[in-house]
Design a protein around this ligand. Structure first.
Ligand code: FAD
Length: 524
């Protein structure tokens, strides 16, 4: 950094290389505050412009300044600065991988949380806490950095992941953090022992399930509304050397979902370590169809195996088993035993073995490909839903087999999770039923636009899907929610909405934090 406060609580200085940058925009009041605090001196239009965009490429905003905090005290200073102004807001920006401007602050301050740095520390919880190993990570660290640090130095890693690891710890803990380990370990928000949070009055609070539990659970899945996460303590487990990664194909959704649900409810020793899956188009289309399934060019997809009369969409169950080198000889037998009762199409099995870190980093390779073909930089009108098991077959009929039967130019994830692994004290909203599915429509839009769809049309299609869920009365929630009206937010949180509002009043009464979520308006 360095924007910091002296004893008189004045923002004193910035270092010479643009640690805090201001735009020329902003209201007179805001500029007066910034001017008084000498912030406007180091304008960097490029940083300000970048903070007004995100991975979604749909929303735009114009922050007044981008601040690069080096410490939690710097975060507190920025929040206090905003609190003393009549209208400034503060958005923590992780890696800007939101879709709908959730990490933006139009006319406000953006905290570039990446500048908190990747310094990590191994800790051991107290004997009362089980004495287990854990890592203290800055809120702006990427999960990729956590993985690299923990495996390389200690041969350990957190239990629960996202598919893609170039997301920040603070960003995913503000939402949930879901991947194929969540059925067993819960989402990432169920795998945190302690947080350091800077709340809306600039106070730094260390909280956990035992100390200030209400703030701890409010912050987890709290959409950045209650405080800025500056540090998280995440438990660690010993890692395996290798992963056996397997995909099998189904033509009937009922069989796919029955097997997937059976797998995620198996007791641990008799189960896979990872369960996911996706829907794909029953065609030769290179992005949406059969070629999206094989794990290596050596074992291509054989369409002749697909039963006659199959529908427009097929399903791929994706599972993985961890193993160490001395278990190599037994792993095929173990995998075979677990696959045997499943009802997938025989002959449409694909397998690969790879080091544990490479398996967890698999989406980075997809990123490289998307960067090379230009689709990483185009708009991404993605939609993420959590749909109750009781409604997922109907969802399949109405959405996958009709609205999306030609694909979306990217993966259409659909796999089951267990509600009992999600702590109801956290802020995240999930369906009522014990088993619900993550449905993730990960569109890469220039491919879709070659079929005539522009980003706006795809946003409209997302709306149609959400309307379909509502009209059919499905038990569903948006994951990474995006709403504009209080009525929609109240419906999203349901009976927990009053708790969410009370927590906001307690921890950020001026509604300074995370304005890009469009949940509350800044008050004086
Ligand atoms: P940002 O987009 O920068 O911020 C998201 C929200 O969190 C904002 O409201 C922001 O203000 C707030 N925030 C950020 N940092 C902090 C902090 N330190 N303290 C408090 N609030 C903070 N999600 C999954 O669960 N599983 C996946 O497998 C997965 N894969 C993805 C793959 C890609 C390519 C992309 C683009 C997204 C994926 N996501 C996935 C979604 C991702 O978890 C969310 O978009 C997440 O918010 C992005 O993290 P980020 O660090 O970029 O956060």
């Amino acid at each position: 950094m360095i924007a910091y406060l002296d004893q008189q609580q004045q923002l004193l200085a910035l270092d010479g290389d643009g640690e805090a940058e201001t735009s020329a925009a902003g209201s007179d009041d805001d500029l007066a505050v910034l001017h008084a605090l000498d912030l406007q001196a180091a304008a960097d239009p490029a940083a300000v412009a970048a903070a007004g965009e995100d991975f979604g490429g749909i929303a735009r905003a114009r922050p007044v300044a981008v601040i690069r905090p080096a410490t939690a005290d710097d975060v507190a200073a920025a929040i206090l600065l905003a609190a003393r102004s009549p209208r400034l807001t503060v958005a923590a920006r992780g890696n800007g991988h939101s879709i709908n401007g959730q990490a933006m602050a139009d006319g406000g301050l953006v905290l570039d949380m990446r500048s908190l740095g990747p310094t990590m520390e191994l800790v051991r919880t107290s004997a009362a806490g089980g004495g287990c190993p854990a890592v203290d990570v800055p809120g702006g660290a990427l999960w990729e950095e956590v993985l690299e640090w923990a495996v390389r130095r200690h041969g350990m890693a957190p239990p629960s992941w996202t598919d893609y690891l170039r997301l920040t710890v603070g960003g995913t803990l503000s939402n949930g953090g879901i991947s194929g380990q969540a059925f067993r370990h819960g989402p990432q928000i169920a795998n945190v022992l302690e947080l350091e949070v800077v709340i809306g009055n600039g106070e730094r609070v260390v909280c956990s399930a035992a100390a200030r539990p209400d703030l701890f659970f409010a912050t987890l899945g709290g959409l950045g509304q209650f405080g800025v996460i500056t540090r998280a303590r995440v438990p660690l487990l010993l890692v395996p050397c290798m992963v056996k990664w397997i995909r099998v194909v189904y033509d009937r959704f009922e069989e796919y979902s029955r097997d997937a649900e059976w797998l995620v409810t198996r007791p641990e020793p008799a189960a896979f370590d990872y369960v996911e899956g996706f829907a794909f188009v029953n065609s030769a289309d290179s992005v949406n169809g059969w070629p999206s399934v094989p794990l290596s060019p050596d074992s291509p997809f054989e369409p002749a195996r697909i039963p006659a009369g199959s529908g427009p969409v097929l399903y791929c169950l994706e599972v993985a088993l961890h193993f160490n080198h001395h278990e190599r000889d037994a792993i095929d037998q173990r995998a075979g035993g677990l696959l045997r009762p499943l009802r997938y199409i025989r002959g449409l099995e694909f397998a690969a073995e790879l080091p544990y870190v490479d398996f967890l980093s698999r989406v980075q390779r997809a990123e490289d490909a998307a960067r090379a073909n230009g689709t990483w930089a185009t708009p991404h009108p993605w939609l993420n839903l959590l749909v109750a098991s009781s409604d997922i077959a109907d969802f399949d009929r109405n959405v996958f087999k009709q609205i999306l039967k030609h694909g979306i130019g990217g993966p259409m994830l659909v796999y089951p999770l267990l509600r009992s692994k999600w702590d109801p004290r956290t802020s995240v909203a999930v369906p009522e039923s014990e088993i619900f599915y993550l449905v993730a429509l990960l569109r890469f839009s220039h491919l879709a636009s070659s079929e005539g769809g522009a980003a706006a049309e795809l946003v409209a299609q997302n709306r149609e899907i959400v309307e379909c869920c509502r009209a059919n009365g499905y038990d569903f929630k948006l994951y990474l929610p995006h709403y504009q009206s209080e009525e929609d937010w109240a419906r999203h949180f349901g009976r927990d909405w009053p708790r969410f509002v009370e927590r906001k009043a307690r921890y950020d009464p001026l509604a300074i934090l995370a304005p890009g979520q469009k949940l509350f308006s800044r008050s004086r």
